[in-house]
Design a binder for this molecule. Structure first.
Ligand code: PGA
Length: 250
């Protein structure tokens, strides 16, 4: 059985004092869950978030990293730096980074490899635009993104990569994919992984859904056969909302 991984993506929100307050409120609400609880926070919150989450079941992640270890890359943060303060997860290739910051399949692939070299767990985002969906290309786009993201990884690394299927038209729009559509897209991603790496690995890879997941729709999405968790933006900013999603199975 694959474990459910419920990850928050705070994006460019939350000052350190707000981060500390949110995590302090969240801790008692999620302490009894069997699901993996992750919050991916801005760089400026990492140190504080890690401190306040220490000794709890809340794991902390970053939202991006550079693939080089160090050097003349002004404004960037490396996997080694993230690891050095105890960060456990890192989101890679979020559609906002692909769209606004020129992230490509190639940089995504390099970043995943660098994440593993630094013992960080990557949450890799794939997803189609509305245009691509309407043109009937959604499955090609997402299986292609997945294949390129995983290229050159060891089987063990593939198995430990978390994939987040996030249809771009559903992010921050209030529009959610239907349970069936989300599950179907995730099945296609799993089939692709099966074709390349075999059934055993495909069965183990955790594939989340992301895009306007909230307390009111989380349960039905997370109970689908192939949806192994959520990557949650807006609804991860409030402890109560995020906890309701984490506790969807209570
Ligand atoms: P949303 O964002 O939940 O606000 O739609 C999800 C994401 O971008 O990861």
């Amino acid at each position: 059985m694959r474990r459910k991984v419920i990850a928050g993506n705070w994006k460019m929100n939350m000052l350190p004092n707000e981060a500390i307050q949110m995590i302090t409120e969240l801790e008692p609400l999620v302490k009894d869950t069997n699901n993996e609880v992750v919050l991916c926070v801005p760089f400026t919150d990492l140190f504080y978030a890690l401190n306040v989450a220490q000794g709890t079941n809340i794991k902390i992640g970053a939202q991006n990293m550079h693939f080089e270890e160090k050097g003349a890359f002004t404004g960037e943060v490396s996997g080694k730096m993230l690891k050095s303060i105890g960060t456990e997860y890192v989101i890679i290739g979020h559609s906002e980074r692909r769209q606004y910051f020129a992230e490509t399949d190639e940089t995504v692939n390099k970043k995943i490899k660098a994440a593993f070299e630094n013992e960080l767990k990557p949450i890799v985002c794939v997803g189609e635009t509305l245009e691509q969906r309407e043109a009937g290309n959604a499955y090609d786009i997402i299986t292609n993104q997945t294949e390129k993201a995983l290229e050159g990884l060891t089987e063990n690394q593939v198995e430990n990569t978390i994939i987040a299927y996030e249809p771009i038209w559903a992010i921050g729009t209030g529009k959610t994919a239907t349970n069936e559509d989300a599950n179907e897209a995730i099945k296609k991603i799993r089939e692709k992984i099966c074709q390349i790496y075999g059934q055993n690995i495909a069965n183990r890879v955790i594939i989340q859904y992301g895009g306007s997941m909230k307390p009111s729709n989380a349960k039905e999405l997370l109970e689908m056969s192939d949806i192994d968790g959520g990557l949650i933006g807006g609804a991860s900013l409030k402890a109560e909302d995020f906890a309701a999603i984490v506790n969807f199975d209570k």
